[in-house]
Design a protein. Structure first.
Length: 171
């Protein structure tokens, strides 16, 4: 996590003006201790007629964290969940500047708030050259899935698997 998921002042929600963010790292070279930023996923709770999880995913350039290339942005239902998808089919997408091949890049299922999640991740074969590439997409899918709970209203309790049991502290 690069930016904590905290409620905006005077609110019990993570807002678009103060989103939480996940930094996804990629292996850098042959050393197992060398990493570089690959992508940044911001998430927040949308207000409106339908309660939603807002998100924005950017690829990180060599210029640093402040100069990302926007890849995917949208909202999914907090109640029903949805599908997170990156698709490079449109010629005018920012992704088409980075990736020469067009078409489906990746997709993952996201369960609604408070539901036990079992995300299914699909990746376009042309975007995977090694196991580390596949791991990046799985990490991105996990980040969007975890964001559903990280952006939960702070007035609600976390699911049991995210709550620290006091007996676990002494094991």
């Amino acid at each position: 996590m690069v930016t904590p998921f905290v409620p905006s002042p005077g609110s019990d929600r993570v807002s678009r003006s103060n989103p939480g963010a996940w930094l996804i790292l990629s292996p850098n070279g042959v050393s197992i201790s060398s990493w570089k930023p690959w992508g940044r996923l911001e998430a927040w709770r949308e207000r409106g007629p339908v309660d939603g999880l807002g998100y924005k995913f950017e690829l990180i350039t060599d210029a640093g964290l402040t100069s990302g290339i926007p890849i995917a942005e949208g909202t999914m239902s907090v109640k029903k969940g949805g599908k997170f998808c990156i698709d490079n089919s449109r010629k005018d997408s920012a992704l088409s500047l980075v990736l020469p091949s067009r078409g489906f890049v990746m997709g993952s299922s996201v369960e609604g708030e408070g539901k036990c999640s079992k995300p299914v991740v699909q990746v376009g074969v042309q975007h995977v050259t090694c196991m580390a590439d596949a791991a990046l997409f799985v990490a991105l899918a996990a980040a969007i899935d975890l964001s559903m709970d990280a952006c939960r209203l702070f007035s609600h309790k976390l699911r049991r698997e995210f709550s620290l049991d006091e007996t676990e502290l002494f094991l």
